[in-house]
Every structure is written in structure tokens, then in C-alpha cells.
Design a binder for this molecule. Sequence first.
Ligand code: SF4
Length: 172
Amino acid sequence: MPWLFFALLLALAGVVLLLYARRQRQIAGLPSGEIVYADTGAWQRCERPLFSQRHRLSGKPDYLVREHGRIVPVEVKPNRQAAEPYEGDILQLAAYCLLVEEEYGQRPRYGYLKYEQAVFRINYTGNLRHHVLSRLEAMRRDFRASDVAPNHNEARRCLYCGHRYVCDRRLA
Ligand code: SF4
């Protein structure tokens, strides 16, 4: 039954990819996140952007919630389906943790990432904080540089990119 063989092969490839992505995140020092039950009714819409003068950064998480005396940011990706959070989403949430830390004077211990079917709790570790600060610095360096090579090879990403009409590196 060749179809069974291919189905097994596909399932195996999926598991290998998942393990690879997890390993890459561990190497980068990023937490992989834990699926939790979250009381979404307690989440309050974040009505205004948060701002950090020190880090020259601003952003607006979807929600904020107070837990154990601390403000926790929440980012919602309603159409995202994945067994594990994407690295880019983890970094976005970490940037919100940084902003909450600046605005409220208390470092959140974690943030929530809500995908279509699961809520992940992402620990805001010292490593993750360091990682997001390094990424911000790298982005600023790239911004000042006269030419920057794309960090991906995905035409699809360019198709949906807001900068594609002015980007001479676009792949689609
Ligand atoms: S269009 Fe340019 S900026 Fe946008 S994703 Fe592609 S390479 Fe990156």
C-alpha cells in the first residue's frame, strides 16, 4: 500500500522537523513554551501602545492581564495552527514583555501566545530578554547600513510583505 508508506513518511518528516525546530530554539536559548489553560475572560484589551524611551521601542500587545501581582502581555494569532510557537512570535511577545517591564516597573515572568487552538505560556527568561535586545540592536545596525541581504529565501514571504514595492531584493 504505497499511500500508507507515504503517509508514514510524511508523519515522520513532520516529527523530524518539529524536533529540529525545537533543537534550534534550544541552541538559540529560546524557550519552547508550554501549553496551558488560560482564563481568557480576565484578559483586558491593551488600548494604547506601550513605549520605552530607554530601548527606543514601542508596540501594542493585544491584551494585558494581571496575574500574581504582575502585568502579563498576551499576543493573539487567531489563524495560526502549530504544535509549537514560531520563533518570530516568541520574539514579538518578548519585546512586549520588555515594554511591560519598562511601563509598569516590574518584569513579567512570562507572556501568553494564543494560537487558534492552544495558549502557550512563554517564560520571559534572562536569555530571552538578552536575545530580544540583541535582535533590536542588529535591526538598528541593518537600518543604518546602505545594503542588507534578506535573511530568508521564501518568495511567499515577499509576496505578502508591505515593503515589496520598494524592495529591490524581493523574491516575488
Ligand atoms: S520584499 Fe524585501 S523586505 Fe520584504 S520580505 Fe522580501 S526581501 Fe524582505
